[in-house]
Design a protein around this ligand. Structure first.
Ligand code: FES
Ligand SMILES: [Fe+2]
Length: 437
């Protein structure tokens, strides 16, 4: 089966081997730095944007059994996602209707949801089960103290919540993304690695570093021997977007092409940085390829053979989808890098009410053959400051922490963005729409 791409998409442009012909024009105006520093701006984001968008709270595998719960925090809000029945998930505001204490913190499993303070208890479906010494209260109806529900919906194996009771359906919100991402079979991937860390930057400073590859030549110099960052194709897809980086070819701005050994060493270092298997690079080394070999042409049959050996059907992916790195953005805070063997997902959120602190979650997933039960997902590990999240992620984190400090300079006038940073512009325009509405 040959996969063809809709004309005009980034996949079609790459498959035809040309640089993008149309990209959004760069803005003339600066983006105000206050958006990344001010507490008022964060409060506006929380009350007008985060309170109205669909956001990934967790994955199915975080609450596999009936009674499992998972706490998702966003700004001041805490949402408890609960598996009520094998095929039913509900979400509640995580606040006791007696005096407001959160019912649960973190993840766990329970037959009923009992508040640790005075023992008020709810069934998994959110209805009231018990109030100790209820006769002491002015009479009230059970339904008056039922848990407050939060909208919940799902796409692939991701559980989304929306704090707005009047929000439209998730399918409308995601628009064209499910169709574009379908070939990657995200529901047939399991999370083998999961880390979270707190970074002392505004959540959008972290997001922006994953919205463009312009920085890669300087922050990730090891990668230029096998990734081309010249005029990355960019697509704006409704409120969301996509950027593609071509792998298996040196960056077109390099004056001199690197030799093969240097390229393979760099690939090995990068794969190691994400904890990924390096068998593919070992296979390339054994081929004794002369310098100047167009690597992406060698990689495609190698990847196909490797996937076939693993029993994974990749016939739904085109050659460019097999070899290149497609970076999908779901507004406001999810990045999914789709790769032949799985995906790397990043989730960015504000940390409480501090405009200069954010929570960064990293989930790495691997494809599983269709007829094989996925292995148990990895438990999340919290990485304390100073700990490593992998060499490439550390390069980004080290850089953005310093950048955030630079924003305070009275001499810094604001963000001057290019066509290569069109996704940052688009994200901020979408954000402004929420802030105005
Ligand atoms: S605050 Fe929950 S039972 Fe009192
Ligand atoms: Fe980066």
């Amino acid at each position: 089966m040959t996969v063809t791409h809709q004309p005009g998409t980034a996949e079609a442009q790459i498959a035809e081997g040309r640089l993008p012909t149309t990209r959004p024009a760069p803005p003339a105006d600066l983006l105000a730095k206050d958006r990344y520093l001010s507490r008022e701006f964060l409060l506006a984001e929380l009350t007008r944007m985060w309170s109205r968008v669909w956001q990934i709270a967790c994955m199915d595998a975080d609450i596999p059994n009936v009674g499992d719960y998972h706490e998702y925090r966003i700004g001041r809000e805490s949402v408890l996602v609960v598996r009520v029945a094998e095929d039913q998930v509900k979400a509640y505001h995580n606040a006791c209707q007696h005096r407001g204490r959160p019912l649960k913190q973190g993840s766990g499993s329970a037959g009923q949801l009992r508040c640790p303070y005075h023992g008020w208890t709810w069934r998994l479906d959110g209805s009231l089960a018990a109030v100790p010494e209820r006769q002491e209260f002015c009479p009230f109806a059970d339904r008056d103290v039922a848990l407050s529900e939060v909208r919940v919906d799902r796409w692939e194996q991701f559980i989304f919540v929306n704090l707005d009771p009047h929000a439209g359906p998730l399918a409308d919100y995601l628009g064209d993304l499910p169709r574009r991402l379908a070939p990657y079979r995200l529901s047939r991937q399991y999370r083998w690695w999961s880390r979270s860390t707190v970074v002392p930057v505004n959540w959008k400073i972290a997001l922006d570093a994953f919205q463009e590859d312009y920085h890669a030549r300087y922050i990730h110099p090891e990668t230029v021997s096998f990734a081309d960052y010249t005029q990355n194709p960019i697509e704006l897809i409704g409120d969301h977007s996509m950027l593609a980086a071509r792998f298996g070819m040196p960056d077109r701005l390099l004056e001199q092409a690197p030799d093969m050994e240097e390229t393979l060493d760099a690939m090995q270092w990068t794969f190691d940085a994400f904890g990924e298997d390096t068998a593919l690079i070992t296979a390339l080394r054994q081929m004794d390829l002369p310098d100047g070999t167009p690597l992406r042409e060698v990689l495609v049959p190698l990847i196909k053979a490797g996937m076939a050996q693993a029993g994974i059907d990749v016939t739904g992916l085109s050659d460019t989808q097999l070899v290149d790195d497609y970076e999908w953005f779901i507004f406001p805070n999810i990045q999914i890098h789709t790769l032949s063997f799985g995906s790397w997902m990043f989730r960015m959120r504000p940390n409480g009410l501090d405009p200069e602190s954010m929570i960064f979650d990293m989930w790495y997933l691997h494809r599983v053959p269709e007829d094989v039960e996925p292995p148990p997902h990895a438990q999340n590990v919290h990485v304390e400051p100073g700990g490593s999240c992998g060499a490439v992620m550390d390069q980004d984190f080290d850089n953005i922490v310093v950048q955030q400090q630079g924003l305070h300079s009275t001499g810094f006038r604001g963000f001057r963005l290019s066509a290569m940073e069109a996704r940052i512009v688009h994200m901020n325009e979408t954000l402004d729409r929420y802030l105005a509405g």
